[in-house]
Design a protein around this ligand. Sequence first.
Ligand code: 5GP
Length: 190
Amino acid sequence: MVERLKKGLLIILSGPSGVGKGTVRQELFKDESLNLAYSISMTTRKPRPNEKDGVDYFFVSEETFKEKIENGELLEYAKFVGNYYGTPQFHVEELLNEGKNVVLEIEVQGALQVMAKCPHALTIFLVPPSLEELERRIRGRRTEEESIVQERLAKARKEIATKDEYKYVVENDDVVAAKERIAEIIKENL
Ligand code: 5GP
């Protein structure tokens, strides 16, 4: 008997720190018709006060992270503003094989690695209405010191410059409108 695997769509959602990827993603996940699953990343960053291990990220030590790299367990990884972030490969494959449309919410260096390995991935870059608005949003978080805020802003400018590597660029002016546009894009690509 031939086993047929129901393959889902791999979706990369990128955009500069503070653009609101997490909020747009939460809106998308309310839409059950999209059949989405979230790939929980691994990071060496310390959890923010509202974050939970195994929900927002798997928070690990640098030693554990490096072991995962060496064992080839990560689909992609990158160092971002002093910390490592990566996508555990096994879980993504499992969810795709279950027919889920899997969302990777990752930064640009990692996204480029996935694009090279999986050319059929649906790639979406979220942009802020302006850099001033992005700065306001990053500062609004109030969880980071000034030097980190400055690093994230510098990184954001560089990341926005790579947006044309993505198949779709969506402006996040209004969360619901951005969610609607991305939902449309996903449906067009199913
Ligand atoms: P934050 O510290 O704000 O949670 O995340 C910093 C950046 O790392 C964000 O752009 C976020 O999307 C990205 N990121 C989160 N998980 C991963 C991952 O698994 N791989 C890569 N390459 N980037 C990630």
